[in-house]
Write a protein that binds this ligand. Structure first.
Ligand code: MOS
Length: 778
């Protein structure tokens, strides 16, 4: 996949203007940072929050998609004669029906697929869609559609896809031209100067996002105006995609996404389903609800590519890294034009190392398209790098934490000009994390007799994004009773966007959080925002919100100063009055301030200004795990976990911790349980397209004992709120921290994720020998 700082947006982005004068950095804050409960917590837990999948409209139809059951086939004929006669069926769309010839999945070499492509390239490719009065009728009709397929040979591994006689997933061949290798220094020469060289091949599973709320929407037309209630991370992305597909003015497409039941990157963009719902609704002149099934979610709605990563590490005896060399192989499925990316970013960036070379190879395979997935590439890269660092420490007889500290760097080595970071709290994460975890004591504990072995491990991480940036526009309105409204376009993915947004308004205006309502994620009524993702929602939106609140405050205090004949600096908003700080008897109700009264409310518009030039902005994390390994069954239990994070200033301690707990749980999934299994040698179908076989970690897999250590280096440079992101860094070092703890517990070095019981037992039985020339554990 394409992976620059704007991977969440397809196309150019506007710049919003900088604030007229940048506000001073916050010192001590009264509301910002406090662990207040989400303002929509009651709605969420009581079931009264209306998620897009809860939307029911009068006269609404229900739609279902017919997915190709074969891994690779040509669609010869789609016979809907019987299906059209089925009770309740109102409309069937398939290739050839007027209005469906919509380009989709473009790419290099002139490749262009369509909404319904007659070359079905994976099990799950869309063949037809039915709208009926009930969802049962829709599915009955789907089963009555007769499709004639010419089944083709499939290929579902990169290794097979690159063989000369491999079936062609795409007409132009399966090999994606490899991007130029990343290179700095001279690795070949540097490896010769190394005292120690280790090489391992690591693998990570293809992971499925599996958000609890499936992908889908409800679409409704009013004349030429379309409204879509979509489960999305970005309403403006939905608006853009649907408007482009249907040839509509942007102004005619209103996308609303007030709640979203999980996205993790898989809902940054609109999928085919949104366009299909809009088409069906237009043809039938009735609202249409189209949500995919869990099986379709797994097959068609995105994945994190699995990767094979060969990593070679060279170091001096004292632990100084001299060279890193990686070779990454993976696939973004049948349609992702740039394959798999972002894997080597941590390898290039996390540790001081003058000689680095990273190569990447991707190929098309007959599997569903990858989609951005929480820190694209980074958990895979960290799995390799952080286990290799642990192995290097073992080889050198060093404490793994000490090895990492030794190779700290304060500059961004992979960016042009080796720019410094605005802040880098990594060393504090090492030190404060280790102290809070009791690292030294836990490391020193003797191995226990018996078959249950306990150990601790550490891993570090950084995230390529998390900086935020323009554009963002926020609006704050202050009403005459002292209540306020915050208006912003960003989605609240469940991470607390609305809540910390209200906290910022409360901080600046002095309006209590309970008196603030938030209007968001609606292209009809809110401002442009990029999708909520990239760990950038806080650093992108918070400065705009702060600027909007300050704008209202300045107007209000100027009006009040004029009326009360007092300096503005002496005034503040208390409830529905402006009061003199020095003499509280001098005050005026908002409605009695003439300039305010004439307007009835005040409006402030705030923009997100640019980031500082010549500086890198990134969040950092160090995570510690304690595990128990049952050497008879191969089971790994994570007993406790500590995450030390530098995300700059945090907006809400509770939602910050929650975000990290979620990231840890997801990382445990990568490390222990999750794996998309395909029957590569037989039909090329997915064997794990449900929540029984695809093992998301549950409450029983995540430790109850979880601690977050907040490291805030007071970044006053990155933006006007000092915030960096946390959503993605939270899941980057988790799995290798667990793997390293397993090594500490057992002396067995696992390099394939997930570390399921079968793999653990095989490794314990030494069925997997150490790489040539290396001892076990190195
Ligand atoms: Mo994220 S993968 O930008 O939601």
């Amino acid at each position: 996949m394409k992976l620059d700082d704007t991977y969440y947006w397809d196309g150019p982005l506007p710049e919003t203007q900088g604030p007229a004068s940048a506000p001073e950095p916050w010192g001590e804050t009264k509301v910002v940072g406090k662990p207040i409960v989400r303002i929509d917590a009651f709605d969420r837990v009581s079931g009264t929050a209306i998620f897009p999948s809860d939307v029911v409209l009068p006269d609404m139809l229900h739609a279902a998609i017919l997915s190709c059951p074969h891994a690779h086939a040509m669609v010869k004929k789609v016979d809907t004669t019987e299906a059209e006669k089925m009770p309740g069926v109102q409309c069937i769309l398939k290739d050839g029906v007027v209005g469906t010839n919509i380009p989709w999945f473009g790419g290099g070499g002139g490749f262009a697929s369509r909404l319904f492509d007659t070359h079905a390239r994976y099990q799950g490719d869309e063949i037809a869609v039915v709208a009926a009065d009930t969802i049962y009728q829709a599915w009955d009709a789907i089963r009555a559609i007769k499709v004639e397929y010419e089944i083709l040979k499939q290929v579902t591994t990169v290794e097979d896809a690159l063989k000369p006689d491999a079936p062609a997933v795409r007409e132009g061949g399966n090999k994606i031209p490899a991007p130029a290798a990343y290179q700095r220094g001279d690795v070949a020469a540097a490896f010769k100067t190394a005292d120690v060289v280790l090489e391992h091949t690591f693998s990570t599973p293809y992971e499925l996002h599996n958000p609890m709320e499936l992908h889908g929407c409800v679409a409704k037309w009013d004349g030429h105006h379309l409204t879509i209630w979509e489960s999305t991370q970005g309403v403006y992305a939905v608006q853009a995609t649907v408007a482009r597909a249907l040839g509509l003015p942007l102004a005619n497409v209103r996308a609303i996404g007030h709640y979203v039941g999980g996205g993790f990157g898989g809902k940054l963009d609109a999928g085919k389903n949104s366009v299909m719902a809009a088409l069906l609704a237009r043809k039938t002149r009735r609202p249409v609800r189209l949500f995919v099934t869990r099986e379709q979610e797994c097959q068609s709605m995105g994945n994190r590519p699995g990767n094979t990563i060969t990593l070679k590490v060279g170091a001096k005896k004292d632990g100084t890294l001299v060279a890193l060399q990686s070779s990454v192989v993976g696939s973004g499925g049948a349609y992702s034009g740039s394959g798999t990316g972002g894997v080597d970013y941590v390898i290039r960036e996390l540790y001081k190392c003058p000689n680095v070379r990273c190569e990447n190879q991707s190929a098309y395979i007959n599997a569903g398209p990858q989609r951005a997935f929480r820190a694209p590439g980074h958990p895979q890269g960290a799995w390799a790098l952080e286990i290799a660092m642990d192995a290097l420490a073992a080889k050198l007889g060093m404490d793994p934490l000490e090895l990492r500290r030794k190779n700290f760097t304060g500059i961004s080595q992979s960016r042009d000009g080796n720019m410094p970071y605005t802040s880098n709290g990594l060393v504090r994460c090492y030190d404060e994390g280790a102290a809070a975890f009791g690292w030294k004591e836990a490391r020193a504990r003797a191995s226990q007799p018996g078959h249950i072995k306990r150990g601790v491990g550490v891993a570090a991480g950084m995230w390529q994004g998390g900086n935020g940036g323009p554009p963002s526009t926020a609006i704050v309105k202050l009403f005459s009773d002292g209540s306020a409204n915050l208006n912003l376009g960003a989605s609240d993915n469940g991470c607390g966007t609305k809540t910390w947004g209200a906290q910022i308004v409360a901080e600046e205006l002095g309006v209590p959080v309970e008196r603030i309502s938030v209007e968001h994620a609606d292209t009809g009524t809110t401002q442009f925002a990029t999708p909520s993702g990239g760990s950038k929602t806080v650093p992108t939106e918070s400065p705009a919100i702060r600027a909007a609140a300050l704008e209202v405050k300045q107007q209000l205090l100027a009006m009040a100063a004029d009326h009360l004949k007092l300096p503005a600096a002496d005034l503040e908003l208390r409830g529905s009055e402006v009061v003199s700080k020095s003499d509280p008897s001098k005050k005026a109700a908002l409605g009695q301030i003439p300039a305010f009264g004439r307007r009835a409310l005040l409006v402030g518009v705030g923009y997100r200004g640019p980031n500082p030039a010549g500086k890198a902005i990134n969040p950092f994390a160090v995570q510690f795990a304690e595990v128990e390994v049952n050497t008879k069954t191969g089971e790994i239990k994570v007993l406790r976990f500590l995450a030390a994070h530098d995300s700059g200033r945090i907006m809400n301690l509770k939602t910050f911790q929650n975000q990290i707990f979620g990231g840890i749980t997801m990382g445990i999934g990568l490390g222990l349980t999750e794996d998309r299994v395909m029957d590569h040698k037989q039909l090329g179908r997915m064997l794990t397209a449900n929540l029984h076989d695809y093992k998301l970690p549950t409450a029983l897999d995540a430790p109850a004992d979880k601690t977050v250590v907040v490291v805030d280096p007071h970044d006053t440079e990155c933006n006007t709120t000092g915030a960096k992101g946390v959503g993605e860094p939270a899941t980057i070092p988790t799995a290798p921290a667990v793997a390293n703890a397993v090594f500490h517990a057992t002396g067995v070095r696992l390099t394939d994720a997930p570390m399921n019981p079968a793999r653990v037992l095989q490794a314990l039985a030494a069925l997997k020998p150490a790489p040539k020339g290396q001892k076990g554990g190195e």
